[in-house]
Design a protein around this ligand. Structure first.
Ligand code: GLU
Length: 483
């Protein structure tokens, strides 16, 4: 089995295309197949190397490593269409020599006038076939004399093109609705429908899995396979990913690209897992599974025909799961830029600052949806405002004195021991004890569990590389008005 993802490098990787890439990858990984990455950069005005790089980076970030393709190479390269021009020229010549393709000299104005006339007559626009019957030697002469010409495929008249789509079942198009498609533009650049067939055939692609926006291209492509005597691959057209209003997911719905979701603090495994659930289910009432297990269970036949709706809340749910089980060292690395943005980390990350991250983040990650919420949870560490409200003065004094006399509360047990001593001195307990302690030590009525936030504060005191932190002892002293 050989599958490919064939992005056009004209922008960011849209999550819908990322899902297409993922389904190809899942199939290849699950069936010991080969996953190919080909860059379709024949739209010279819109394709950029920067976009190509960004797409590659997004795929790598998602863990969708390709076996063959740009940068990694392979036996069927090159894998960038602009570097494959010779094979398109050879295939064009072959088609012309066999009379299966022909030169078309119609000007843009002529084509446009035809199109308008057809639309006005209520007909679907289709190439009128004006140049179909120009004798080949005459056409060649005109072309050689410098007249601008495209190359079109001679579509056989009066028959059906039928294929079995793995997702959609049997699909049939009648050739009478298919105008002879342009294969090569007048500047020699191959059209998508042409290049894609030559490449898929030469790269021995066995399964073409792509968005359903390409389904009407498929009969044209099948006719090309026939024209060359190449065996067509199996096709599977995936439903598009929709926004909550069932319109194709676009900018007006918010984030649409992999990069945007990455910047919003979603983990790659969460995005991968969630995208796999759009229009497919791993079964056994299980949804949260690692990519290799998804691949093991993936069956193209079980992909839903109906459109999938992108639900960011469900992505957040998956992300919560992966944040909870994220390995502490990795969590520290992932969270660092987000803490830096909030000035919780300043300057170079010292070993002590890193150790602090590793010790406090896993606890905080138990209750957040996305990485940027980690600095929110840590706000009380770095931003302390002494409370400005009436508090039980006996408790304030007891807490301040106990903290002055004890070591910093760098773990849960030290905090509990101090709280117990305050309890013994004041007789307060439960909420009446812990709520005012929270207010005094964090300056706030709410926040992470005290068992987490108190050690996070006291462990951060004086750590180089972290923003300045006032310790619990100093906080309590300030509230008590002690020096
Ligand atoms: N370059 C095309 C796209 O990005 C590829 C379509 C296909 O997979 O055939 O839409």
């Amino acid at each position: 089995m050989r599958v490919r993802f064939a992005p056009s490098p004209t922008g960011h990787l849209h999550v819908g295309n990322a899902r297409t890439a993922l389904f190809n990858w899942l199939l290849a990984r699950g069936q010991q197949g080969t996953f190919i990455l080909r860059i379709e950069d024949t739209d010279l005005e819109r394709s950029t190397r920067a976009s190509e790089q960004a797409i590659l980076e997004d795929l790598r970030w998602m863990g969708l490593q390709w076996d063959e393709g740009v940068e990694v190479g392979g036996a069927f390269g090159p894998y960038r269409q602009t570097e494959r021009m010779q094979s398109y020229v050879d295939h064009t010549n072959r088609l012309l020599a066999e009379g299966k393709g022909y030169y078309c000299f119609c000007s843009a104005e002529t084509l446009d006038a035809h199109r308008k006339a057809q639309l006005a007559a209520g007909l679907p626009p289709k190439y009128a076939g004006t140049c179909r019957n120009i004798p080949a030697d005459e056409a060649k002469r005109r072309k050689d004399s410098g007249e601008a010409a495209v190359v079109r495929l001679r579509v056989p008249e009066g028959r059906n093109v039928t294929f079995h789509d793995v997702v959609r079942g049997e699909v049939t198009f009648h050739t009478d609705v298919i105008g002879d498609p342009v294969l090569v533009r007048s500047d020699g650049i191959p059209a998508y429908n042409f290049a894609v067939v030559i490449d898929d055939a030469l790269m021995k692609v066995t399964h073409v899995i792509r968005g359903e926006d390409h389904i009407s291209n498929t009969p044209r492509q099948i006719l090309l396979y026939e024209a060359y005597g190449y065996h067509p691959p199996t096709f599977a057209h995936l439903s598009l990913v929709m926004g909550p209003d069932h319109a194709p997911l676009s900018k007006r719905h918010g984030a649409t690209s992999v990069k945007e979701f990455r910047d919003k603090g979603y983990l790659p495994e969460a995005l991968v897992n969630y995208l796999a659930l759009i229009g497919w289910s791993p079964g056994q009432n299980e949804e949260l599974l690692p990519a290799d297990e998804l691949a093991r269970r993936f069956r193209l036949e079980n992909v839903a025909h109906s459109a999938g709706v992108f639900d960011e809340d469900k992505l957040a749910w998956a992300n919560r799961h992966y944040l909870k089980i994220c390995e502490p060292d990795r969590l520290a690395t992932l969270a660092e830029p987000h803490l830096r943005e909030r000035k919780q980390i300043v300057g170079e990350l010292s070993a002590d600052a890193r150790a602090w991250l590793v010790s406090v983040l896993p606890g905080m990650a138990q209750s957040v949806d996305r990485l940027p919420q980690l600095p929110d949870r840590l706000d009380a560490v770095f931003n302390y405002q002494a409370p400005n409200e009436p508090l039980d003065q006996m408790l304030v004094k007891a807490l301040a004195e106990e903290l002055a006399a004890s070591p910093r509360l760098t773990d849960k047990d030290l905090f509990r021991a101090a709280a117990n001593r305050v309890k013994d001195r004041t007789g307060l307990k439960g909420k009446n004890l812990f709520h005012p302690i929270r207010v005094i030590l964090t300056g706030s009525h709410e926040g992470p569990e005290l068992d987490l936030i108190v050690p996070a504060i006291d462990r951060a005191v004086g750590v180089s590389g972290l923003g300045p932190v006032i310790g619990c002892r100093e906080r309590a002293a300030a509230v008590a008005g002690l020096p």
